[in-house]
Design a binder for this molecule. Structure first.
Ligand SMILES: Nc1nc2c(ncn2[C@@H]2O[C@H](COP(=O)(O)OP(=O)(O)OP(=O)(O)O)[C@@H](O)[C@H]2O)c(=O)[nH]1
Ligand SMILES: [Mg+2]
Length: 321
């Protein structure tokens, strides 16, 4: 590993639904983090490593930069153990980072300029950015009117000293290369932190579990996804191209189980088909992979109401095992 590159952690923080996970997937060019139109999709920190070449000023050689992105749950007020767990994960990631990437949604009137943030949100995001260099990504510019964008960019330019604001679209990729350059320039010089071929610290099991959870967000009504947790029960690689997975969807009440299963099992079947396709694409990486997926629904009474319940469905706080 060379000693003269820029390398470090970049925490992606922001309000729920601004496009943090979409951006990580776009940068890595793969389906790693769950994405949905509903807020509070991401529950855990997810690491994704990406290297870029940083042109040197003048005629010097380009410097490599290894950026270790940490996708986080949207920062929000901590009501209830699950929300607190998610908020802690986001703030801890920002605390540990070398650069904070604050992502804002240019189409969302609530959060698109600093003055519009709720006090608690502003305090949490301000805290996250105070101790580290900060880059602000103004996202979803594909949907924002150009004239509306300028005041948004201007407003964020004075959020913190030395801040750089980069308009982007995580969906189309517009501006993302410039954003990565702005982040890379702020990383410390030093040895690479991860092997050159490493993309994530997350296992294929975690990626599969997130894809199933993502389908729950896509296919269930407004409230129900928040009552669901997914755990992989068994994982068997029959060959390099064939994988059998059994997963449990934990819900909190019998009535929820009935909805997830659907009439005659129709809903769970639909979920299974969509998840199986996405898992085989994500894990096969274009090489073709046959996935057999069995889904079961189980009631774990009130799992989101306490720390023991969270632990029972796999949410373990930092430092626990
Ligand atoms: N038009 C448009 N939509 C986007 C863009 N980036 C993300 N979205 C959409 O915004 C929604 C939220 O995206 P996510 O990536 O799940 O947002 P997030 O910030 O990770 O959300 P949480 O994990 O809930 O905090 C999804 O419907 C995305 O498709 C963008 O650049 N343009
Ligand atoms: Mg997310």
């Amino acid at each position: 590993m060379s000693d003269d590159i820029r390398a470090g952690f970049c925490a992606i923080v922001g309000l729920p639904n601004v496009g943090k996970s979409t951006l990580l997937n776009r940068i890595l060019d793969r389906h790693l983090a769950a994405v949905s139109a509903k807020p509070q999709t991401t529950r855990d920190r997810i690491l994704g490593v990406h290297s870029v070449a940083l042109p040197a000023p003048g005629d010097g050689d380009a410097v490599m930069a290894q950026i270790a992105y940490v996708d986080t749950p949207g920062v929000q007020d901590g009501r209830g153990p699950l929300r607190r767990y998610m908020r802690d994960a986001a703030l801890a990631a920002a605390d540990d980072a070398d650069v904070v990437l604050l992502l804002v949604d240019s189409t969302d009137r609530r959060g698109r300029v600093p003055e519009r943030l709720a006090e608690a949100d502003a305090a949490a995001l301000g805290d996250a950015s105070r101790r580290h260099p900060i880059v602000i990504g103004v996202n979803k510019v594909d949907r924002a009117a150009k004239l509306e964008l300028l005041p948004v960019i201007e407003a964020w330019s004075s959020f913190a000293p030395g801040v750089e604001v980069v308009p982007i679209s995580a969906l189309t990729g517009d501006g993302v290369a410039a954003l990565e350059q702005a982040i890379a320039r702020r990383l410390p010089l030093g040895p690479a932190l991860f092997p050159a071929d490493m993309v994530t610290d997350r296992s294929p099991q975690f990626i599969a579990q997130e894809i199933i959870r993502e389908q729950l967000y896509h296919q269930l009504g407004k409230e129900l996804p928040y009552a669901c947790a997914v755990q992989i029960e068994s994982w068997s690689e029959k060959s390099a191209h064939e994988l059998a997975i059994a997963a449990v969807i934990a819900v909190e009440r019998e009535s929820q189980k009935a909805i997830v299963v659907g009439r005659g099992g129709a809903r769970i079947r639909e979920l299974g088909i969509a998840a199986r396709k996405a898992i085989s694409e994500a894990l096969g990486q274009g090489r073709g992979m046959t996935v057999h997926l069995s889904l079961f629904v189980k009631v774990v009474s009130e799992w989101s109401r306490g720390v023991a319940g969270l632990r029972s469905v796999g949410y373990t706080a930092k430092g626990e095992s």
